[in-house]
Design a protein around this ligand. Structure first.
Ligand SMILES: O=C(C[C@H]1NCCC[C@H]1O)Cn1cnc2c(c1=O)CCCC2
Ligand SMILES: [Mg+2]
Length: 489
């Protein structure tokens, strides 16, 4: 059977597992929760890192590298946050046969690695702002069911850690980074996101407030946090004594941010765009954008065969010159149908078929992976048309996924409408009291036998009008704002 065995609509988990394997993005590994990122997925991470790294450097952020290991004492400096996560911290307890006299943690995130040194480096307001980022791996020994890219025990990410003399400077950066995160999703991955603030319950315990970009997987009706940008206020500078002498001579605690985006981005892209034929790659991140497949007729003369291969080689050369990532599959031990499937599973955005009758008409047949649409293109137009078509595909993918996102977002002001929307596997924009106990209550009351309860995904930065006297959909108390609710990963 061509395409995947599992269907995305019928068995999403099986579909996703099969898609990441058949597309050669992932290989399973013999440590649970860990996966091998093969070239087809790692090249996407390279595009994301190139884009984001350029963006933060334009903002004045510098890259550095801090050690993988954290001492027990350092890690416990922020113990009231870590205790919630203590079970996730992985420890080195021995080397060879000998026990370490003190266990050493593997970084689950690097605040406690970096901030003792921030305290050493920052003495005067002239040392600010200090804005460092690192591209690393981190380890979190999650116990929930692992999912490639989405929830893994080791993952790649970037973590930005910045310090400013004033809160306004920090707050400005929080939103600059959030904008960059949104662009990673919309401009590279063709995935729409909602920018918002996290509720008190959902925010990072160590932050003053957290902002995030939230994506939505319509196939499962679950939201997924795409990336986070936290304003830490002076919480960490007080813990780590990151103080500076202000220009008026007073000693003040620095104002800090931290922000992170991980290889989870790739999983979101797969879940949003994939179909029953496999992965659908947005052209801007596709490792291979065009596969050229010559289709020699059975009874070709040597001359005709030679002409077909030289025309094919010429097309590939023209497309390469036009900056297109292109390959030719002229293997003679596979028939065309097998090849179509082979490259569709990998999500190659464009297939260019070159058959003998096409040759006579000096044209090629181009097939789009996202819609399956085919169009004949004159050979002389290929080098101009294909780059334009790739951009059209990118735009169309974002337009379709954005329309899907809006379709999956319902407004509700009553409990009944809220629950009905969840039943339809949708997100719900609802006015609420913005109180943690209300959120706890909704989580419990909205859980059903076969589905987890809903949480707030974010409080959208773009708030709809809130008429006076609007009541919280769940508690009946006065509503403070609109939150986007949903089941989530
Ligand atoms: O990591 C963060 C906050 C922050 N870390 C840096 C990047 C941005 C942002 O994610 C929150 N967090 C999540 N998970 C864990 C910890 C933790 O602090 C610490 C212990 C192990 C698990
Ligand atoms: Mg976690």
């Amino acid at each position: 059977k061509l395409g995947l065995k599992a269907s995305k609509a019928d068995d999403f988990g099986a579909w996703y597992s099969e898609a990441v394997i058949e597309s050669e993005m992932i290989s399973y590994y013999d440590v649970s929760g860990c996966y091998i990122l093969r070239p087809n997925s790692f090249s996407i991470w390279e595009k994301i890192t190139d884009f984001f790294d350029k963006g933060i450097k334009e903002l004045g952020v510098q890259n550095a590298y801090f050690p993988l290991f954290v001492t027990e004492d350092a890690l416990n400096t922020e113990k009231d946050h870590v205790e919630g996560f203590a079970a996730e911290v992985a420890w080195v307890t021995k080397s060879g046969q000998s026990e370490l006299d003190r266990p050493i943690a593997i970084r689950p995130t690097s605040e406690t690695v970096m901030y003792p040194y921030y305290a050493q480096w920052i003495r005067s307001h002239r040392d600010l702002p200090l804005r460092l980022n690192q591209w690393t791996n981190v380890v979190r020994w999650e116990f929930k069911h692992p999912t490639p890219f989405i929830r893994t025990r080791e993952f790649l990410w970037q973590e930005g850690h910045t310090a400013f003399a004033t809160l306004p400077e920090a707050e400005e950066e929080v939103l600059q980074i959030l904008d960059l995160y949104a662009k990673v999703y919309t401009d590279l991955l063709a995935v729409p996101v909602c920018k918002g603030k996290k509720s008190a319950k959902e925010k990072f315990a160590g932050s003053l407030y957290s902002t995030s970009v939230e994506a939505f997987v319509s196939a499962t009706g679950r939201g997924v946090q795409g990336a986070t940008s936290h304003c830490l206020g002076q919480n960490f500078s007080k813990m780590f004594k990151i103080e500076f002498e202000a220009d008026d001579g007073s000693k003040q605690f620095a104002w800090q941010n931290s922000w992170g985006l991980s290889t989870r981005t790739i999983g979101v892209m797969i879940m949003v765009h994939g179909d029953d034929k496999g992965i659908v790659m947005p052209p801007r991140v596709a490792p291979l954008q065009v596969i050229v497949i010559p289709i020699p007729a059975a009874n070709l003369t040597d001359a005709q065969r030679a002409e077909l291969s030289s025309t094919t080689a010429d097309l590939v050369a023209q497309l390469k010159k036009a900056g297109v990532r292109v390959q030719c599959d002229d293997r003679d031990n596979y028939r065309p149908g097998w090849k179509y499937n082979h490259w569709e599973v990998k999500g190659v955005p464009i297939r260019l078929e070159l058959g003998s009758k096409d040759m006579e008409k000096k044209s090629a047949m181009v097939a789009r992976r996202d819609t399956g649409a085919k169009e004949a293109i004159m050979l002389t137009d290929v080098a101009a048309r294909v780059p334009a078509l790739l951009e059209e595909i990118q735009a169309d993918m974002l337009a379709r996924s954005s329309a899907q996102f809006e379709e999956c977002k319902e407004v509700a002001t009553t409990w009944e409408d809220f629950m009905a929307a969840l039943e339809r596997k949708h997100m719900v924009l609802a006015p609420w009291a913005d109180e943690e106990e209300v959120e706890d209550d909704v989580r419990k009351r909205s859980a059903t036998a076969d589905a987890m309860g809903a949480k707030t995904l974010c409080i959208p930065l773009e708030q709809p009008e809130l008429p006076p006297d609007t009541k919280c959909f769940a508690s009946g108390k006065d509503a403070k704002n609109w939150a986007l609710w949903g089941r989530s990963y």
